[in-house]
Design a protein around this ligand. Structure first.
Ligand code: FAD
Length: 384
């Protein structure tokens, strides 16, 4: 049993760390104030990621990506997320954001949706949540009823990130109410300019994201836009859940590591009552606890990624790693923010943004309770 990263991944980690330290951390507060990277800076950084061979690092080679394995992807995400300078969605400096379901499209669908997203800057939003169906998407009500060569879709989707600028939507809708989440929900790709589709509200959130409410009123979706077979919507989504969860876990590792670096430096430099903060146990123990928890989370995320690379089933490990890493990183941000006192609350440091972001991760991208439900099901089945 060898817990060390293979040599080539240690080098990859080092390369990205240097890139983040030299190119991104120096501009991160500027990017926070402007809510994004300036186009000329983005172009310069994009050129560098191409030179490093990391353009589309998470896209398989058959689609002209770098095709990194799961453990390598985790290493890249972890190091990248030591900064807030990265655009959170859309075309980032490492390439476009690709929802893996796009790899399940047939050849004709790939021409219409996958390649324009990969190569022509088109964007996709994910439309699952509804006013009465969030953590429990199986209770969704949006209906898609087949009529000849079309499905007629009616319903309301809520909290859809990027709906206002997306070209396409990955829409989850009920095709067989009797079967519900057991084969009654299908996945479609739709044109966001379809007649009958309207953005009816925008929600301002504490993280700065502004997800939308989208109403679908007799929207006609061609049958060729169905992904896979009717009723396969959830089954298809499951195929990539593991690596998606690990991505969130890896991000939490990067955030926690940078916070610990910042907390340690600040505690050594800040003097109160005649001594540096680092000489007070009330402060240094916060760093010790954070470091221990980060180490545990990293082992969980790396192990699950390694197992995924061996083609093993990682559903439970991925849920455990995501849940533990996200909750860990929120505790770490909170402690390090406390170490920084008032300056930690200002927008001159990335801590306040991470505090909001990491808090939201326990709800928006797989709520902690849902993770616990899945893990509990596994435990109860295992120990009969
Ligand atoms: C900024 C933002 C961006 C988003 N982007 C998207 C997007 O792009 N596409 C999309 O489809 N959705 C998106 N969402 C929706 C997000 O996925 C949901 O908010 C999330 O799934 C929780 O659903 P809910 O808000 O309806 O909470 P609810 O389902 O009402 O749950 C409320 C609380 O109860 C907990 N809970 C629920 N059931 C149980 C149970 N059985 N036992 C114990 N606890 C339980 C939940 O975990 C949660 O903490 C976004 C949300 C936000 C805020």
């Amino acid at each position: 049993m060898n817990f060390n990263l293979p040599e080539e991944l240690q080098m990859l980690k080092q390369t990205i760390r240097q890139f983040v330290d030299r190119e991104l951390i120096p501009i991160e507060m500027h990017s926070q104030q402007n809510n994004d990277l300036k186009p000329d800076i983005r172009d310069r950084l994009e050129k560098k990621t191409k030179e490093m061979g990391l353009w589309m690092f998470d896209v398989p080679e058959e689609y002209e990506g770098a095709g990194l394995g799961s453990l390598a992807q985790v290493v890249v995400w972890e190091e990248m997320c030591r900064t807030i300078a990265l655009p959170s969605r859309g075309r980032g400096i490492f390439g476009p954001e690709i929802r893996p379901i796009l790899y399940a499209l047939n050849d004709e669908q790939k021409k219409r949706f996958l390649y324009p997203i990969l190569h022509s800057g088109k964007e996709l939003c994910f439309m699952q949540t509804e006013p009465d169906a969030g953590a429990d998407p199986g209770s969704m009500k949006t209906r898609a009823v087949r009529q000849g060569d079309f499905y007629i879709v009616n319903g309301t989707k809520r909290f859809i990130t990027g709906a206002e600028k997306a070209d396409f939507g990955q829409l989850m809708a009920v095709t067989d109410p009797a079967k519900g989440s057991h084969g009654g929900i299908s996945c479609f790709l739709i044109d966001m300019k379809s007649p009958g589709l309207k953005i009816t509200a925008t929600y301002k959130t504490m993280m700065g994201e502004e997800p939308c409410e989208v109403v679908l009123d007799d929207v006609k979706v061609p049958v060729e836009n169905l992904v896979g077979k009717e009723g396969e919507g959830f089954k298809l989504a499951q195929r990539w859940l593991g690596i998606g969860r690990l991505k969130h876990g890896a991000r939490a590792l990067g955030v926690a590591e940078r916070c610990i670096e910042m907390g340690s430096r600040y505690a050594k430099q800040r003097v109160t009552f005649g001594k540096p903060l680092s000489e007070r146990q009330g402060i240094s123990f916060k760093l010790a606890d954070s470091y221990v928890e980060l180490h545990a989370a990293r082992l969980m995320v790396y192990q699950a990624a390694w197992k995924n690379d061996q083609q093993e089933d990682i559903r439970t490990e991925a849920y455990m790693a995501k849940m533990f890493a996200d909750e860990m990183s929120f505790r770490v941000v909170d402690r390090v923010l406390q170490i920084h006192g008032g300056i930690g609350l200002t927008l001159d440091l990335p801590l306040a943004k991470w505090f909001m972001d990491q808090r939201s991760r326990m709800i928006t991208e797989g709520a902690s309770e849902v993770m616990r439900m899945v893990i509990a099901r596994h435990v109860l089945q295992k120990y009969v």
